[in-house]
Design a protein around this ligand. Structure first.
Ligand SMILES: C[S@@+](CC[C@H](N)C(=O)[O-])C[C@H]1O[C@@H](n2cnc3c(N)ncnc32)[C@H](O)[C@@H]1O
Length: 341
């Protein structure tokens, strides 16, 4: 017979054998399905006959969680942020993660358009999907002001969220439209500074990776040589509005911060903003770009946290050897901010 109620008497979630509790749980599940569908994520609604009620202490009256497979964890119906089970929620809260480009993502991109490889600095839709799944529920809106070739938009498509964005370079913009035609009317080929003037409103989550100052214009000879040999872009564009072409650090920082400060007004209350960025080096010294940007934005947003992304498959070069200290930077900061009133 199907069990309608689970509890956690010891370390593991177990079916409850009390017939009366199972009867009460079935009644509550029927009520939920009839009257409170909007609280229930789609994947549970689609398999409702497999769903059970859950309360760790075995109290049916106060139970607010549902589950299908106990091993996957339970979903709490009072969850205001996302559609994740408690188990998946906790997994994502680790302050660091290792992620290297996935062959499956690269293959999908290449199949879409051979020019997609032209862009010199993209991130993976799979990696961004994990952020989107944590910071939004299905159907919510996600903004990327620096869309590139549309990795965030592809992540929105995969996770059933609605993507919005801007991208300055028309070549990359056209690739995005080819990739996610369903978001055509939400994506604009323009300067991200114009976002407050565009039909972009009520955004639930913003995730992006801006130019890391003019780092591409100063890439190692090796990087340029390899990409030029394949006829690939070695910078985003020659445009003056391209933030990657501003050589003065303070001016770059000011313009970048202003874009994110403007975005505040198009966000819903309590929306999170994640910015993926690095501290950078120039002329033998470090510029704490990630930290400076976090400090500037925390005058308006609440600075919540950092999550460190490590790419451990990048080859190390003997920078500085044998005279001075110079690291191989293989980590990025995912700065997490929130619009709180
Ligand atoms: C690090 S890349 C983003 C890559 C993107 N995350 C992806 O996976 O494809 C930064 C992007 O910002 C764009 N960009 C630079 N300045 C901009 C501006 N002022 N407004 C909008 N986009 C800009 C560049 O053309 C570049 O594609």
């Amino acid at each position: 017979m199907k069990c309608y109620f689970y509890h956690k008497p010891k370390r593991a979630i177990e079916p409850c054998t009390d017939a009366e509790k199972n009867k009460m749980a079935k009644k509550r599940l029927d009520f939920l399905f009839e009257n409170q569908k909007s609280l229930i994520p789609k994947r549970y609604l689609e398999q409702w006959d497999k769903v059970a009620l859950y309360n760790p202490k075995g109290n049916v009256e106060t139970a607010t969680a549902i589950l299908i497979n106990p091993e996957d964890g339970a979903y709490d119906l009072t969850n205001k942020i996302n559609d994740l089970t408690g188990k998946d929620w906790t997994k994502f809260t680790c302050s660091w993660f290792i992620f290297n480009a996935l062959p499956s993502d690269l293959k999908q991109e290449k199949e879409l358009d051979e020019h997609i490889e032209d862009h010199p600095a993209t991130f993976s839709p799979t990696m961004i999907s994990d952020f989107i799944k944590f910071f939004t529920k299905e159907g919510m809106t996600v903004l990327d002001p620096f869309c590139g070739i549309g990795s965030t938009m592809e992540a929105c498509r995969r996770t059933n969220r609605v993507g919005y964005g801007t991208e300055l370079n028309p070549k990359y913009y056209n690739l995005i439209l080819k990739r996610v035609p369903e978001f055509k009317s939400n994506i604009f080929n323009c300067d991200a500074a114009l976002i407050p003037t565009l039909p972009i409103k009520g955004i639930d989550f913003c995730i992006s990776s801006p130019p890391y100052w003019d780092i591409l214009n100063r890439s190692t000879h090796e990087f340029e040589k390899k990409r030029e040999a394949k006829n690939l872009d070695v910078k985003y564009s020659d445009e003056e509005l391209d933030l990657g072409n501003i050589p003065d650090y303070e001016l770059f920082l000011k313009k970048l911060a202003q874009i994110y400060l403007n975005i505040y007004d198009v966000l819903n209350d309590n929306a999170y903003v994640v910015i993926i960025i690095k501290n950078v080096k120039k002329g033998g010294r470090m510029y704490p770009l990630a930290w400076d940007l976090a400090r500037m934005l925390s005058n308006k947003y609440v600075l919540k946290d950092e999550k460190i992304w490590i790419q451990d498959k990048v080859g190390l070069s003997p920078y500085g050897y044998p005279f001075s200290w110079a690291s191989n930077i293989i980590h990025h900061y995912c700065i997490i901010l929130r619009k709180e009133k």
